[in-house]
Design a protein around this ligand. Structure first.
Ligand code: ZN
Length: 193
């Protein structure tokens, strides 16, 4: 990202350099009031460009410089009838590459902030619900069971049997009746009548 920004900044600097020399060529070949106006404009753009490069992370001064170049070239075209196509295209190009750098940044800033409240509001809720529901479900699963076995054995018991009471809760396997226990391959303990 940083290198990409630097390369676009370098590209903008190059385009600005081309534009400066182009504008200097225009000024040199011109005369009178136009020359004076363009010189003042060039100095202004030069200062703005320096400021733009110094604060390229914050302000979009460089795109303003390119925009002023476009206006200047269009004005020259309009008032003096000379169209500098390459310079106009260069300033348009410079303007375009100086713009997208700002727009995606502001968009990517907006999107995460827009998403975060949602994820913060909605994501913690389902786990909280599950945490509440799960114990209730596991309790209702256990209570209808009439007989209990350990998952590690093949013998089932009456819940009141001393052996049944020794089975740890996470190893308990409950059956509704003898048939279910038998079907699952469990044999009855002596406690089962
Ligand atoms: Zn038993």
């Amino acid at each position: 990202m940083a290198s990409k920004k630097l390369s676009t900044l370098f590209l903008q600097g190059f385009v600005l350099l081309v534009l400066f020399f182009g504008l200097i060529q225009i000024i040199v070949s011109s005369q009178g009031l136009f020359m004076a106006l363009e010189l003042v404009g060039l100095l202004f753009l030069l200062l703005l460009s320096v400021a733009g490069f110094l604060h390229y992370k914050k302000a979009s001064l460089l795109s303003l410089v390119f925009l002023l170049y476009i206006f200047n070239l269009v004005a020259i075209w309009y008032f003096y009838g000379s169209l500098y196509v390459i310079l106009l295209l260069a300033s348009l190009f410079g303007f375009l590459i100086s713009l997208p750098k700002k727009k995606p940044a502001s968009k990517s800033r907006v999107v995460p902030y827009g998403d975060e409240p949602h994820s913060q509001v909605f994501e913690p809720l389902p786990p909280a619900k599950e945490a509440v529901v799960k114990p209730a479900e596991s309790e209702t699963k256990f209570t209808p069971g009439k007989y209990v076995a350990s998952k590690r054995s093949n013998v089932y018991h009456e819940p009141k049997c001393d052996w049944a009471k020794k089975i740890q809760k996470d190893r308990q396997l409950w059956f509704a009746d003898r048939k279910e226990a038998l079907n699952k391959g469990y044999k009855k303990h002596g406690c089962v009548q």
